[in-house]
Structure formats: C-alpha cells, structure tokens
Design a protein around this ligand. Structure first.
Ligand code: ARG
Ligand code: ASP
Length: 706
C-alpha cells in the first residue's frame, strides 16, 4: 500500500496532473481531447479545428520561415506573425536611409509590398498515422541499424506516394522516440512579401530587458502577404503573381479576454524534452547551460559595446544580437526553473519507482542503468560539440569558411565561373551585415574559453600546435583576421573573379582553421557520438513505451518536433513569488509608465505619445484604455511565436509570442502554477495599425467581429 501511494505521488509530481493544461496535441487526434476542451469552455468541434473533408482552422495557419507560425487574416493572403519573426526580413530591407527597424514600414498599396527571397510559408495539407507502413517487415529481433534502413526505405515510399501527381512536399516524422510515425504533407509558398511592421520601439518594446518576462508591453507583430500564381498555386516570385486566396482565414474578435476564459494556441512548437532521463537534465543544468550562457555573455558584451557606437553597426547586428540574446536569457530562466522544481531529483525518484516496477519485466529491467551509463560516455563528447557550436562556429568568419566550403564541395562539377557566381552572392549577403572588429573581438574571447574548458584530447591537434606556435589565441586571431581572404571583401572578390578552383581556398587560414575542427569532429567525435546516440535512441524507444505502461493514467502527448500542435488552457494570472500576484493583462498605461527617451529599450515613438495624450484609442479599448498583452496557461514552445491564440468561438484574439520568466523550463518540466504563454492582444495590434501607422486599408481587409 505504501509503495502504491508512493508511486502515485511520484506520478503526480513527475507528470504534473491533468487538471493542468500541459500538452501539445496533434490536430489529427484532437477528437480524443475535444470533450475535455469543451468542458473547459470550447464551443467548436474537432472537425472545425482539423479536417481533410472541409476547410478547417488548420488551413488558416502556416509554418513561417521554418521557425515561427503565422495565420491568415484576410481573403487576400494577408498573414499576421510576430515582429521578431519578421525581424530578419525587416532588417534586410533596412539601411541607414530607410531604417524600417527604427521607423517601421507600411506598404501603402500591394504594389509596395516587399519581396523576401529567402522566406517561405507552408500549409499542412494533412497528417496521417503511418506507423504500420513504416515498420512493415521490421522484426523485434533486428538490430538498430537494420531498423533504420527499413524505416528509411518505407518512409521514402510513403513520401513518394503522398507527393505523386501533386506539388506537395511530405515528410515522415517519428513521435515518442520512434514508437509512432506520422506523415505530414505540406504545400509551400515562396512568394511572401512584407506588408507592414511597427517601429522596433513598439514591436520590440522592452527589448532584451523585458524579453521572457511578464508584465510585458511588447507590440510584437508584423504583417506579410502570401502571393500565388494565377491558378492560386505556389509560384516563385513574380510581378505577375496575385494575392493567395486561402481556404480559410480567421475572424478577429475585439471582445477581449477575462480571467478564466478558454484559449487555444494553434501552431508549430519546435522542440521539447519532457520524457528524458534525469541524467540529461542534470547535464543541462550543471554543464551545458552554464557554459553556453558564459560564452554568449562574452559575445553580447562585445556586440553591445560596438552597436552603441554606430547606427550602421546597430542595424547590421540587430538581428544577430537578438538571436544570441534570446537563447542566452532563456537558458538562465530555464536553469532557475529546473532548480526550483527540483526536476532532477523528481526524475530520480520517478526512475527508482520505474525500476521497482520493471523488476519482473525483462523488457524494462536494467534499462535505466544502461541509459545512465550511456550518458556518462556521451557527456564529454556532447560538451565538446556544444563548444564547437557556441565557441568555434559562432565566429562569423569561421562559419563563413564552412558555408563557402560546402558550396564549393557541392559545386565541384560546376563550371568555375558559375560556382564563383554562387559563392559571390553568398559573400555579398554576408558582408552586408558584417563588422570585422566585432567578430575578431568575439573570436578572442570565446576561443580562449574553448581553450580553457575543452580537454586537450578533444581539440584538433592543429589547434593545439597553432596555439603553441603563435603563443596565444590573440595571435591566432591576428593571423586569421589579417591574412584570410574572407577578412577583406575586395580581396576575396578579386581572388574569385575568374572562377573558383579546388585550390582557391586551400591555404587560407580561415579555411584551414575550420577544416581542422571539421576533420576532428568527423574523425574523433562524430563516430563515437553517433554510435552512442543510436544506442540511446533504441533504449529511449523502450523507455518511452515503458513510461506509457507504467504511468497509464497520464495522458501522454508527443514531444514537440516542429509539427502542427494544439495547446489549450485558460487566461490566468499567476503568483511569481511570495506576496505577489501578476494580473493576466497589461495595458498602454504600462507603456507610458515605462516610456523613457533616455533608455533605448523604452523609448517609444512620438506618434504613440501623441495618440495617447489625446486618448485617441478608437474602438480598441477595454475599460477606457488599450489592452496590450495577456497571459494564459497554454503549453507552448519556441516556434509557437506568431501562433494564433483563439477564443472559445474559434476567433482570433491575439498572437502568441513568448513565455514568462518563471516558466521558461516548460520544454523540460511544465509547472501549471508558473508556466504561462504571453500573447499580444489583437486590439493593440489593430490600434497601432489604425492610429499610429494610419494603415486603415489593412483594417478594412480584415474580418472583425465585435
Ligand atoms: N523570447 C521570445 C522567443 O523566444 C521573443 C524573442 C524576441 N527576441 C529578442 N531577442 N527579444 O522567441
Ligand atoms: N518566443 C518564442 C518563439 O519565437 C516562443 C516561446 O519560446 O515561447 O517561438
């Protein structure tokens, strides 16, 4: 009895119970959750959310640029996403003369909308459980590599069947560590144009100071438009293309939210690790996060100092700086959360209980010991790989050497001039946003860190010899940043003027440097980690299955993997600490309280001050003021940015864009008390579009219900 009680307790502690809104559900299986959703207030049906027989809300949602989500809000292909999701595009159209980051951008008509060659959006056409097809002819007695071959062959078959005679793309994804396989069929559009974005002082208000935090006042939205060929099918960019007519688009509700209201977030969360072993979490907490945070602190310090000196550099590094800073800050919150929730110990207790349960089950007995042993073998290699990514490839010139090497290798059969043209266009793209002094200073800082923290036997022999020969990392930097062709755009353009041959870059110090690390990875690190990862994959598949048998009453959902998911919950404030309660929404009053021309992150545009002074809020108000953001209990992750957040009637009430600081560990451990997603209230976006940007034609294009 005691043991039974203990296991119940462990289960409750480990899998935060069901009352809570944990879970990212597959739309295809949402019928299994719909009763629970309706109990919580949802008024639509499973078919309204996902259907292959009729237009459903899934048809109004796109995966935006592979890393964010966006939603259709008009019958002319208009899509809404976050400012930070469109940041790179806004930045790429900006210069000191046309600083759309600073001043915002609003196309006065469709003709003025700006194309974005590297951006695509994709719709999910359908998904299907193909587990039986993928595992056809697989037998338990086979080895893992035999299984991999079968999975690859069968996946290719399933994909080719799904894409025969149509213009779709398809992918088979493994769920629950390979216990299930799903097919996802997509339709991709590549002509996606920038329609509008507020100035960063609205769209990124609060900057990295407020990022990952509540209370929040960021007007994090931007607008794009999908263009299609005359037949409404995807077509490469052309002036002749026309706005895409979607199967479905969202009706916008200006009713707003009250605490307790039902909310649903429909989008593309990237990656979560809810079911990992305690050792994996311990590694993140004790090694991975602290080292990565330190390395990024060094990078940010250099970037910030240089960006403060020049507007040109500030524009060039705006997007790079934001992405370095974003993960840097998240890891800090995540570590705090893991400590507060005691995730490692909780997992250890769970594993002890699992082991007891497994004693008489040959499939599971001894499994966890094997996993933990593999982790101890893997750890030094994972550490070296993380340093490679965060301290070696993080140097722009080294990364450029890598990228150029790849094109040159892939183009080995091309005419030298054609190859040179391809490389040149990549280089031009690179130099547009490059400032060598930042790169060089960062190199010195982080490569020194690499040298100090990575054990010698994990370093490339070349690096050790070079350091010995030259005496210091500073000297290595000197060599690379003065002698490499890549350090000087004119020199490299001259060198490739007549074409690229195999030997153009072979002696170049940046390439030699990159190749040394690459070879070391390929020879000494990757084969070992691949082997361990493969063994781990096999054990995890069994462990996942075991967890599902052991904790039967828990409703399992597959870890996020950049596939379309539904998360549902309620609008809710929270208690971040003793004696504090955070309300569920923020208003424009808070923007005015924070407004400070002397602080970059809080310096709002004068237009907003004027509109506020006149209290010219239009119809975008609640209780006499303009609501800005709100928090709810939806389980979201990176990639959910830009996702529609919808009310019980399926209307759009906001755009998801972040999570609260106290809940940033939700990718690993979801705490119903603290985990909140942050959304922009749609009324603030509409207020900015109408009253600050004056883009009323866009408002007229939307379908707004009162
Ligand atoms: N934290 C949010 C997300 O993970 C928003 C990030 C915007 N970027 C920034 N550095 N402020 O993407
Ligand atoms: N800001 C994140 C994104 O860009 C969302 C999150 O991590 O909560 O997807």
């Amino acid at each position: 009895m005691k043991r039974l009680l203990l296991s119940c307790l462990v289960l409750v502690l480990t899998f935060s119970n069901l009352r809570a809104d944990e879970g990212m559900w597959l739309p295809f299986l949402i019928k299994e959750r719909i009763a629970h959703m309706q109990e919580k207030g949802f008024k639509l049906t499973a078919e309204d959310l996902y259907s292959i027989n009729k237009a459903s809300l899934k048809d109004a949602i796109v995966h935006f640029g592979g890393g964010c989500t966006a939603e259709l809000i008009s019958n002319q292909g208009l899509i809404l996403t976050n400012h930070h999701c469109g940041f790179r595009q806004i930045q790429s159209h900006s210069s000191v003369e046309h600083d759309y980051l600073k001043d915002g951008f609003w196309a006065a008509s469709q003709k003025e909308e700006l194309p974005n060659p590297k951006l695509d959006v994709r719709f999910l056409v359908r998904m299907e459980d193909v587990t039986d097809k993928i595992l056809d002819s697989y037998k338990e007695s086979m080895t893992e590599s035999q299984r991999e071959k079968i999975v690859a062959t069968n996946s290719a078959k399933v994909v080719s069947e799904a894409t025969k005679g149509n213009h779709y793309e398809a992918k088979v994804e493994s769920l629950y560590y390979g216990n299930q396989y799903f097919l996802f069929v997509y339709e991709t559009f590549t002509d996606v144009r920038l329609v509008g974005a507020p100035p960063s002082s609205i769209g990124k208000f609060g900057g990295d100071t407020d990022n990952w935090m509540w209370p929040r006042h960021t007007g994090d939205f931007s607008l794009f438009r999908i263009y299609a060929g005359k037949d409404n099918k995807p077509a490469p960019y052309s002036k002749e293309n026309v706005p895409y007519v979607p199967k479905k688009f969202f009706t916008i509700s200006t009713k707003g939210v009250n605490e307790g209201d039902f909310t649903l977030v429909y989008g593309y969360p990237g990656r979560t690790q809810q079911y990992v072993h305690s050792e994996a979490v311990r590694y993140i907490l004790e090694k991975s996060n602290p080292h990565k945070i330190k390395l990024r602190t060094l990078r940010l310090d250099v970037q910030r100092a240089e960006m403060a000196k020049s507007q040109e550099v500030r524009i060039k590094y705006a997007s790079k700086n934001a992405s370095v800073s974003n993960a840097w800050k998240k890891w800090q919150g995540e570590s705090k959360g893991i400590i507060r929730l005691n995730t490692v110990d909780k997992k250890v207790t769970f594993e002890e209980e699992f082991n007891k349960w497994a004693q008489d089950k040959p499939n599971y007995n001894g499994l966890l010991r094997k996993i933990s042993l593999l982790y101890s073998k893997l750890e030094p290699y994972s550490f070296a790989i993380e340093y490679y990514n965060e301290a070696i490839i993080a140097n722009e010139i080294v990364k450029l050497a890598r990228d150029v090497s790849y094109i040159v290798k892939r183009g080995s059969k091309m005419a030298p001039q054609v190859l040179a043209k391809n490389v040149k266009s990549m280089l031009e793209n690179f130099y547009k946003d490059y400032y060598l002094p930042i790169d060089k200073k960062i190199f010195i800082a982080i490569v020194n860190e690499y040298d100090t923290n990575v054990p010698n036997d994990m370093k490339p022999p070349y690096f050790r010899e070079l350091k010995e020969k030259l005496g210091s990392v500073d000297k290595i930097a000197e060599e690379l940043y003065s002698k490499s062709l890549l350090a000087d755009s004119n020199k490299v353009y001259r060198a490739i003027k007549d074409g690229i041959s195999n030997s153009t870059f072979t002696k170049d110090p940046a390439f030699v440097f990159f190749n040394a690390f690459n070879d070391n990875n390929l020879k000494n690190i990757k084969p070992i980690t691949d082997k361990i990862q493969r063994e781990l994959a096999l054990l995890y598949r069994t462990y996942m299955k075991g967890q599902m048998e052991f904790a039967k009453e828990h409703n399992f959902y597959p870890d996020a993997n950049s596939t379309l998911r539904i998360a549902y919950g309620n609008v809710s404030g929270y208690k971040p600490a003793d004696a504090i309660y955070y309300k569920h929404y923020s208003t424009i009053e808070g923007i005015m309280e924070k407004d400070n021309p002397g602080i970059y992150d809080y310096n709002i545009p004068q237009e907003l001050r004027d509109v506020y002074a006149n209290r010219d809020f239009g119809k975008w108000t609640q209780d006499g003021t303009v609501p800005v953001c709100f928090v709810a209990t939806n389980h979201t992750s990176g990639g959910n940015s830009g996702s529609p957040i919808i009310n019980a009637d399926g209307e759009l009430i906001g755009i998801n864009f972040d999570r609260v600081w106290e809940g940033t560990m939700s990718d690993i451990d979801f705490d119903p008390e603290m985990c909140r997603n942050i959304s922009l209230d749609i009324r603030y976006a509409l207020f900015i579009i109408e009253k600050v940007a004056g883009a009323t034609h866009l408002i007229e294009e939307m379908n707004i219900s009162q």
